[in-house]
Design a protein around this ligand. Structure first.
Ligand SMILES: Nc1ncnc2c1ncn2[C@@H]1O[C@H](COP(=O)(O)OP(=O)(O)O)[C@@H](O)[C@H]1O
Ligand SMILES: [Mg+2]
Length: 235
């Protein structure tokens, strides 16, 4: 086929528009995420600090050694929970672990983290350790999708079993997260920020995402992402 100059100009213009749309989407997502982080810092950390403040005042004002010990123990417990929350917030701000370990190992570590936190849920994983060369944005998106899915499972699902699979082929990586919990009706899915953000992220990279659920049927999320998005942007 012979390229004519007009067709070439049209393709270029379309690709510039696509890039601009992608940039705008990413900026909006970042803003949404900051808002959600601000809310978490306010709600979670704020609540822990208040508890510590109350217990510290009790120690200062109390007379009995035994009740002072009780308050000190309460402070110690709360600070341990706080460390966990701070760790999670930092991971959301920037999953540094991705640079250090690469996506495969970072995901294995993420799943392990949830396994330890949710001892009543059996999490089975099949994660390809070596996922080859991926664009940074693709790694981050895959990591965030699985992070959000696992957070949702811990928060909403009341599941007994969870399966996480990450596979690759030449051009794509495939994510698959399934739980056997309470599920949700399709109308719920658009209300939260997490699922909507996940869809936007994947679509922003011209990937495919499918979220399947109904009441009492658990949730199944499948995602297909191109490993190298730069190639798409200039197509
Ligand atoms: N794995 C799940 N099991 C059951 N319900 C879920 C699950 N994931 C999401 N949901 C439902 O979908 C809603 C939207 O999720 P999301 O967009 O992540 O928002 P958020 O987690 O902040 O509530 C949740 O409030 C919950 O009702
Ligand atoms: Mg959520």
């Amino acid at each position: 086929m012979k390229w004519d100059e007009n067709a070439m100009a049209d393709t270029l213009q379309e690709s510039t528009q696509n890039n601009r749309r992608l940039t705008q989407q990413i900026i909006r997502l970042q803003e949404d995420e900051r808002q959600s982080l601000a809310r978490d810092i306010h709600d979670e950390i704020g609540q822990y600090l208040t508890a510590i403040h109350v217990d510290a005042s009790a120690i200062l004002n109390g007379r009995k050694l035994s009740s002072a010990k009780e308050s000190a123990l309460a402070i110690s417990k709360v600070t341990r929970q706080m460390m966990d929350v701070v760790h999670q917030i930092i991971q959301r701000l920037r999953p540094r672990i991705l640079d250090e370990l690469g996506l495969g190992l970072a995901l294995i570590e993420l799943v392990d983290h949830w396994r330890q936190r949710c001892k009543n849920i059996k999490i089975v994983d099949h994660i390809d350790k070596n996922l080859g060369t991926l664009d940074e944005l693709v790694s981050i998106t895959a990591y965030r999708v699985i992070q959000e899915c696992l957070t949702n499972i811990a928060k909403h699902a009341n599941a007994a079993n969870v399966s996480v699979k990450v596979k690759q082929d030449e051009q794509f990586i495939h994510l698959y997260i399934e739980d056997d919990g309470v599920g949700f009706s399709q109308t719920v899915s658009t209300q939260g920020f997490g699922l909507a953000g996940m869809i936007e992220r994947v679509k922003g990279l011209l990937g495919e995402i499918n979220i399947q659920s109904s009441i009492d049927q658990g949730v199944k999320v499948t995602v297909k992402l191109r490993k190298r998005v730069h190639e798409v942007a200039i197509l």
